[in-house]
Design a protein around this ligand. Structure first.
Ligand code: HEC
Length: 189
């Protein structure tokens, strides 16, 4: 009888341990951001909707060098993106966005990046940088950050899509559905 009781309580104890272990593992996955499927960020607020990368900044070696100096804290010790996002874009602090994931980073428009860098992400360690970085500096650091996962690409504002540097607006790579969505606005009334 007592053996039977022991078995049962032992079993319940193990079940509890298992449940705790699973909860911890689940939390770790979420904390590391690995369990989350890529979800597009919310649209930028109106103040940021029309902000776009200045012409000639994406993939410009001089701009990228300045962006890198900002990113690694060489220009201003108070601004050190690499201390969380890693020098090569591989996060060093849990939860920091991994800039090497091009497929995920493509979900952001240039305006969304600019908004996030300017205002931060509430409830996370990502703070607002607009008091520390001028608009121009923010664009430079964003151009640099893009090289981790989207090297050689630029954000095409007309099509709302990332494309290889220098792709003309009428290139067939800009997919048909987007063009179709636009058609009614241009169609004769
Ligand atoms: C103290 C740590 C920390 C520092 C320093 C930091 N970030 Fe972040 N950053 C984060 C975290 C955490 C997230 C993820 C926020 C989230 O969950 O969306 C993030 C997200 C981002 C994103 C994506 C925004 C989004 O919606 O997820 C961008 C872009 C970004 N950071 C750029 C920068 C730049 C540029 C700098 C330097 C000017 C910087 N970060 C400095 C922690 C940091």
């Amino acid at each position: 009888m007592s053996v039977f009781m022991d078995d049962r309580s032992n079993c319940a104890y193990r079940r509890t341990l298992n449940a705790v272990a699973m909860a911890v593992m689940g939390w770790m996955l979420v904390a590391c951001g690995e369990a989350k499927p890529p979800v597009p960020p919310p649209p930028p607020p109106p103040d940021y909707a029309d902000k776009h990368m200045p012409d000639g900044y994406w993939n410009n070696p001089d701009i990228l060098a300045e962006g890198k100096a900002i990113f690694i804290g060489a220009e201003n010790i108070d601004v050190n993106c690499a201390s969380c996002h890693g020098k090569d874009g591989k996060p060093v602090k849990a939860g920091a966005r991994d800039f090497r994931g091009g497929e995920h980073m493509k979900l952001f428009s240039d305006s969304q990046w600019f908004w996030r860098v300017s205002e931060g992400v509430k409830g996370t360690k990502m703070k607002a940088w607009k008091s520390k970085l001028s608009e121009d500096e923010r664009w430079k650091v964003i151009a640099y950050e893009a090289t981790f996962g989207l090297k050689g690409m630029e954000y095409n504002v007309t099509h709302g899509q990332w494309a290889p540097m220098g792709t003309p607006d009428d290139d067939p790579m800009f997919d048909a559905p987007k063009a179709a969505e636009k058609a009614p606005a241009d169609a004769p009334k």
